[in-house]
Design a protein around this ligand. Structure first.
Ligand SMILES: Cc1cc2nc3c(=O)[nH]c(=O)nc-3n(C[C@H](O)[C@H](O)[C@H](O)COP(=O)(O)OP(=O)(O)OC[C@H]3O[C@@H](n4cnc5c(N)ncnc54)[C@H](O)[C@@H]3O)c2cc1C
Length: 452
């Protein structure tokens, strides 16, 4: 480890590339884990030894923090020539150790940020891969613009989200965030840089592909003109079947761009139900009267600097699953029953994200089941350390059940499919994905562990 760190130091520091050694990582820790936060505020996790889940702790030999595409390419080229594997870290919201490395090298994109080009008339923007969505919004918001779909947690990086898919409050009509991408600049695991577009397999298999084929150095995104907030009506459905039917009917009207569902868990006083916020964009700052029965739902842009990493006693496994429709509805019921029966629901916030999504065949490795529509569900318990093994066993069981039913798992989840399970998740796309990986990364250096 020391020799690796010394070797990296030997070329990175003289080249002016920021590099953080293992000993310096301690400076990033938040302090004693004393503050108990049941529903943690999303934050930018700067401690490269952990991720959002905090289940895995791995200390890398060093963390490279390139600031430009040229520095990024130079780092990757050096590592490739020496056959050194490396993990790529965005904002670290994954929860299964995907962005960690024990004794190896991490490339963090936290300095590879900013808007590269903006074309308001053409409704396109180019940003660097490490840019947070909050920064994208801080640039676009004042112009009355935004991407058609924005992930709920804006303190995530563009490259990280595009590697996982990205669902948000407008996904019912507009799909995953990957559908807003019009071009990518990728640094391949060799250090070569390529520009790819929607007709390239590298483009289609990178989006939703867990950072296996290249590092997103820059992304070109479509934008739309919209006011910043939502005007919504609160709706409630007793069953998931009713929710799904309503969602599809609402989508068919094409009148409501906003559709955000929450599964509200049962308590001794209340039976479970699904709540939906259905509505349109509006500008809350104009002070117009809110129509009866509607609510203003403001969408503030989070400030990454004002959100320090909170110390938490709990661990945060996370599973985002996608079930085929309509066949997955009994699976949903079984999953909810399992969360209830095992007491895992007791560790979850009072509600969990749920929604309906149309399959987008342009993205072969994104987590769309084979059905035309699917149902997604985010399971994010806050677990006391003593309970972790038991909760993980429940989540692994749920993941297997979902895959058996033709469902898919988001690959930044704590439980992610590997080996034969990954082949089942990828279906017909597995062969091409593995072939592309072998072609661009023959030594399995980039984000090892999933395909290599
Ligand atoms: C509290 C919370 C709320 C969430 N809400 C949502 C939500 O509303 N919708 C939703 O879809 N998801 C949601 N997620 C899932 C999460 O947002 C995604 O995992 C996230 O987008 C990852 O972004 P990141 O920058 O944190 O990526 P990281 O965790 O840093 O990385 C994720 C993956 O992408 C790879 N990667 C990172 N940067 C690059 C790059 N530049 N090029 C290539 N590969 C790269 C990493 O190697 C890793 O495999 C949520 C997660 C949490 C913890």
């Amino acid at each position: 480890v020391a020799a690796l760190a010394e070797w990296v130091d030997g070329w990175a520091r003289p080249g002016g590339i920021p590099v953080v050694g293992a000993a310096e990582l301690g400076g990033w820790t938040p302090g004693p884990r004393t503050q108990r936060i049941i529903r943690p505020t999303p934050v930018v996790n700067l401690d490269a030894r952990t991720d959002y889940g905090r289940i895995h702790h791995r200390t890398p030999a060093c963390v490279l923090e390139p600031r430009t595409e040229a520095e990024l390419a130079a780092c990757v080229r050096r590592l490739a020539e020496a056959r050194v594997p490396f993990a790529v870290r965005g904002a670290g919201n994954s929860s299964g150790g995907q962005v960690l490395s024990e004794g190896g090298v991490v490339i963090a994109t936290r300095r590879l940020r900013g808007v590269v080009a903006d074309d308001p008339a053409g409704e396109r923007i180019q940003v660097r891969g490490g840019t947070l969505w909050s920064e994208v919004m801080r640039h676009l918001g004042p112009q009355g613009r935004r991407p058609p779909v924005l992930i709920g947690n804006q303190l995530t990086s563009v490259g990280g989200t595009l590697s996982s898919g990205g669902v948000g409050g407008t996904s019912l009509l507009h799909g995953m965030q990957i559908a807003c991408v019009t071009g990518l600049t990728l640094v391949l695991p060799t250090g070569d840089t390529v520009e790819v577009g929607p007709d390239d397999d590298l483009f289609r298999y990178t989006l939703g592909g867990a950072g296996q084929l290249g590092i997103v150095a820059r992304a070109e995104l479509a934008t739309v003109r919209r006011p910043p907030d939502f005007l919504v009506r609160l709706c409630a459905w007793a069953t998931v079947r009713d929710f799904v039917e309503a969602a599809i009917r609402i989508r068919e009207t094409e009148r409501f761009e906003v559709f955000a569902g929450r599964f509200v868990h049962d308590t001794p006083e209340r039976v479970a139900y699904i709540q939906g916020r259905v509505g349109v964009f509006c500008d809350g700052s104009r002070g117009a009267p809110v129509p009866a029965g509607a609510q203003l739902w403001d969408q503030p842009i989070p400030d990454e600097d004002a959100a320090p990493e909170p110390a938490r006693e709990t661990l945060s496994p996370s599973l985002l699953l996608f079930l085929p429709l309509p066949d997955g509805i009994p699976v949903w019921d079984a999953v909810v029953e399992e969360l209830r029966g095992t007491g895992v629901m007791g560790y979850m916030a009072t509600s969990s994200p749920v929604g309906v999504l149309r399959r987008d065949g342009r993205f072969p490795v994104a987590p769309f089941p084979a059905s035309d529509d699917c149902l997604f569900f985010g399971i994010r318990p806050e677990v006391p350390p003593a309970e972790l093994e038991r909760v993980m066993a429940v989540l692994r069981g749920i993941a297997a059940r979902v895959l058996d039913a033709g469902g898919k798992l988001e690959l930044t989840s704590t439980v992610r499919p590997q080996g034969e399970a990954l082949d089942r998740q990828l279906g017909a796309a597995a062969g091409r994905f593995r072939a592309l990986k072998a072609q661009v990364d023959p030594h399995g250096l980039l984000n090892p562990g999933l395909l290599s």
